[in-house]
Design a protein around this ligand. Structure first.
Ligand code: CTP
Length: 401
């Protein structure tokens, strides 16, 4: 059996004549050893019966938010974490539009919005619908956000018109998945340590010094690397986001805790990526009681320097280890990034410019340039953070030979 063995595939089916091909697709995936969880829209069920699909996948087909039998909740969040990939085949113009605009009015769409794994979209529709600017714009938007579009073929359509819009054949979709999973086991056997998120430095029990980092970039990297076969230890500061289940996560709050947790695993690492936005200073004194307003008209906070995690560990990096840092700069980006690469002993550094709109803290997208010690420079377009994570992962593995 090939690369799809034991892979968890969520197959989303929406309402198109091509839904019959989803039965063949399920069969092929199961034959390759994959586990297939089907999520179907109400319109999808008009075209193919869940009984056929559950028999082929050996799992109940999910289509409602609640089970009609016992009222249990179908957790789209759990499905999103379980999956190694989601394939939406067939994807109608309506489903594509709702995916692009966050309309979550059925189980397939809530599952899509909760999905942590890569998503493949196989459109199926009439030629005029496929060529309409609404559809092409929506597909462009999905592609920009890191979804993979499996182009439909030209041929005879259900309307008997000839043109582009015929869903890719099940064999073709399986081939896309196989290629995706086989080209991407390039991190197998590698151990990676990643720091991510902000740190919070307590002033008193209710207040802290922090920053706007969400942890999204570091989590996207962790998810990408485990998908490509790495063992990932993620040392994560306070973040509302959740990495996929396969990532080993150590939650920390302060810079000192982050240093200790990273130190504990760094010797095992082949690669370390310092993506955390560590607070550079912490209050000298942490008040044990909440500071009361009426006591003072002015409040002096004395701050002390936090440890530099990357520099501390960079100073004792072994020659066989590859360390990557981030530099977030508002100006003088390139020179400052190069200076930090030398100062902290990084093999490579990822520059995020705060001058690029849509990039950096809090954004879904990022625009980066990567430099390394050998003098190579790669500048990338503005992309989703998932797509940026893929670029960074590919850059690193290429440098490691
Ligand atoms: N870093 C770290 N520990 C710190 C500060 C930074 O590990 N206390 C790491 C970051 O994770 C990043 C790199 O060092 O990989 C550069 O972080 P950045 O905030 O850009 O640089 P600083 O050294 O803090 O410099 P400045 O804030 O003055 O630009």
């Amino acid at each position: 059996m090939g690369v799809l063995r034991d892979k968890h595939i969520v197959l989303g089916i929406s309402g198109s004549i091509a839904a019959y091909k989803a039965a063949v697709l399920t069969r092929l995936l199961v034959r390759q050893g994959a586990e297939v969880q089907i999520v179907i829209t109400p319109a999808g069920k008009e075209f193919i019966t869940p009984i056929t699909l559950s028999a082929l996948s050996s799992r109940p087909v999910i289509s409602e938010f609640f089970s009609g039998q016992d009222g249990t909740w179908n957790s789209h969040v759990d499905i999103g974490l379980w999956a190694d990939a989601m394939v939406i085949a067939p994807a109608t113009a309506s489903t594509i539009g709702k995916m692009a605009h966050g309309v979550a009015d059925n189980m397939l769409l809530t599952t899509y919005l909760s999905m942590k794994a890569p998503v493949f979209v196989a459109p199926a529709m009439d030629l005029d619908m496929f060529a309409h600017p609404s559809t092409t714009d929506n597909l462009d938007l999905l592609a920009q956000r890191g979804n993979f579009i499996i182009e439909p073929q030209s041929g005879e359509l259900a309307s008997h018109l000839i043109g582009k819009g015929r869903m890719e054949e099940p064999e073709g979709i399986v081939a896309v998945l196989e290629e995706f999973f086989s080209s991407t086991l390039d991190y197998e056997g590698k151990r990676v340590v990643i720091t991510a998120g902000p740190t919070h430095e307590a002033i008193d029990p209710v207040r802290f010094i922090g920053n706007h980092s969400t942890g999204r970039m570091g989590i996207a990297l962790a998810d990408e690397l485990v998908r490509r076969g790495a063992h990932v230890d993620l040392i994560l500061g306070p973040s509302a986001l959740k990495p996929s289940d396969a990532v080993h996560v150590e939650r920390v709050t302060t810079a000192e805790e982050m240093l200790r947790a990273t130190e504990a695993v760094i010797d095992t690492a082949d690669i370390a990526i310092f993506a955390a936005a560590v607070a550079d200073y912490r209050p000298r004194i942490k008040h044990t009681e909440k500071i009361k307003r009426e006591h003072e008209t002015e409040l002096d906070l004395e701050l002390v320097r936090n440890p530099d995690i990357a520099a501390t560990l960079g100073a004792r990096k072994r020659p066989d280890q590859f360390f990557v840092g981030f530099a977030l700069e508002s100006n003088a980006g390139v020179d400052e990034a190069k200076r930090k690469m030398q100062a902290k002993g990084f093999n490579a550094i990822v520059l995020n410019s705060l001058q690029d709109s849509g990039a950096g803290f809090g954004h879904e997208t990022n625009k980066v340039t990567i430099f390394d010690q050998e003098g190579s420079i790669e500048a990338y377009e503005l992309k989703s953070k998932d797509a940026v994570a893929r670029d960074i992962a590919s850059f690193i593995i290429k440098r490691l030979g």
